[in-house]
Design a protein around this ligand. Structure first.
Ligand code: FES
Length: 191
């Protein structure tokens, strides 16, 4: 017979109640692990998904990137499909160039001319989300620091004190994929 007061109903054994009590305890660590994954920095075999634009949320392929710039903004996505967007320091910019135009250091990290850098400016942490045709480089939207994408994101203008951290890449069936972790510290020196 159905029971209206399940806590005091004898049809629920002590084991049933104990099991119900454990559900949130067991679900908690699983949820925390999932959240952790979404905040972890990019790791080998991660792919990328577009942050904005007509392909927002879709996996980035090399052919999606215009040869010669500008960059696109993307978040890494773990092999299990978790997008690592819980930490803004994980935001990345991707661009594609003629491999012959890259410096040796940059070509070694690139995948068929595709390069990846942290999108977080090393000056005060704004997004590096603009492109300069005149300077042929990435531009920070706050104080106009300019970074050379063909040469390890070296600073070629503005107040940024150091280059953007770089990611090593590989292509898997045309999909842009992480090969190695950030080359250095991500984000601003101060502020
Ligand atoms: S935060 Fe990028 S130039 Fe100041």
């Amino acid at each position: 017979m159905p029971c209206d007061d399940w806590l005091h109903c004898r049809c629920y054994t002590r084991r049933t109640i104990l099991g119900l009590a454990l559900v949130p305890l067991l679900a908690g660590p699983a949820r925390a692990a999932e959240e952790d994954e979404a905040a972890k920095p990019p790791a080998p075999d991660d792919r990328f998904v577009f942050l904005t634009g007509p392909k927002k949320g879709q996996v980035v392929r090399a052919e999606d990137l215009a040869l010669g710039g500008p960059q696109v903004q993307a978040y890494p996505m773990a092999p299990d499909g978790t997008v690592r967007s819980d930490n803004r320091l994980n935001l990345v910019i991707l661009a594609r160039f003629d491999p012959a135009a890259l410096t040796d250091e940059t070509r070694a990290r690139a995948a068929d001319g595709v390069v990846a850098y942290s999108a977080i400016c090393t000056h005060q942490g704004c997004p590096v989300n603009m492109w300069s045709k005149e300077r042929d480089g990435f531009v920070c939207s706050c104080h106009a620091s300019i970074f050379d994408p063909r040469n390890a994101a070296e600073v070629i203008g503005g107040p940024a004190p150091r280059p953007l951290a770089a990611l090593g890449l590989k292509l898997k069936d045309g999909v842009v994929t992480v090969a190695s972790a950030f080359s250095g510290r991500v984000g601003a020196t101060q502020g």
